[in-house]
Design a protein around this ligand. Sequence first.
Ligand code: C6P
Length: 408
Amino acid sequence: MNPYLNDFPILQEKENGRRLVYLDNAATTQKPLSVLKAVEEYYRTENANPYRGLYSLSVRATQAYEDARHTVAEWIGAGDDSEIIFTRNATESLNLVAYSYGLPFLREGDEVTLSVLEHHSNLVPWQMVAKAKGVKLNFLYPDASGRLTDEEIEKKITPNTRVVAVTHVSNVLGTVNPAAKIIDAAHRAGAVVVLDCAQSIPHFPLNVGELDVDFAAFSGHKMLAPMGVGVLYGKKALLEKMPPFLTGGEMIEYVYEQDATFAPLPQKFEAGTPNVGGAVGLAEAVRYLRKVGYDTIQKTEAELLAYALQGLAAVPHVTVYGDKTGARDRCGVISFNVDGVHPHDVATILNEDGVAIRAGHHCAQPLMRYLGINAACRLSLYFYNTKEDIDIFLESLKKVRGWLGYGA
Ligand code: C6P
């Protein structure tokens, strides 16, 4: 019995009369009771618009929001709370960097190095910057096991590279990119690094200070927190020289008819009423993850990943993409296809058995093209999954081709 299962009310629910087998954790994770309670408690006892009110309730809401910021700052090793910008999600965090760093500071002829593994959220904003500023986009391509080699990194980060924006973990292949090597190569070239941590921070620790990364982005909802709150970490010296991204209330100092001055960090980047309840939930999620511990998370996921890869290898007509060994630099994400069956049909048939997986291009169309496919099925694990979940998934998968009239 997985000791964490009972902490997640939704995992006690039934789907199509079956126990819910939730294997779409890379899309979003489920929420433990402690997070649900923290959000409810905030709305029951502390809800008010922060910063604006002089009454006690508003002061308490401000305190709750700033406490959450401090919890996140400490957790990822930021030097100062003001280096933590709350956003809606990783997508908004990545857009913030592209529009407030890329647009003002990049010049024609500069280069931005990305990888072909990028989620569209860390690609399309840079395409917009490239078009507006005449910047060239370079791409790192993985080898057959989904890994970025040292040679590729050295070749694609050039003296003209001003920004390197890469994902820490691929949301399709699960491979962990060598962040330290990429950061070292980028800094030698005089470039800043944007690390998309949306798929890494739920599974292993991030220490922005030790890594010396310039920007890091992630979403709360992929690490047990509610949807609608995300984080951008940025080095203070960089954030201070960047113009605001969104403008309006909360982010100003003085406003005149023709001009405005801006609030200090982090408010300069947090226009409008913030998601205090979301931030409170995120801080509680951090406390929950701390209690479980990344060692437990990684050990559980590594066992489940090996078990799932082994099981999939024994199912006829299944192709798994990227690494098939469950190596250490690998998270619990497996993309695969079933011969002759569209991924949407696979996911729909599995749903009949209460199994939730994702099917499609996973917001990574360039990677799909690089792999020579249009779409794939994807299962993604978290520490509350069990071997029984994988057994149910495999049994269901074995039925798929039969359902569609194929023989063995
Ligand atoms: N990937 C998936 O199923 P948002 O939507 O802003 O919370 O996260 C965007 C994002 C950014 N980077 C990576 C590496 C991601 O995987 C994601 C979200 C989900 O794979 C939804 S498409």
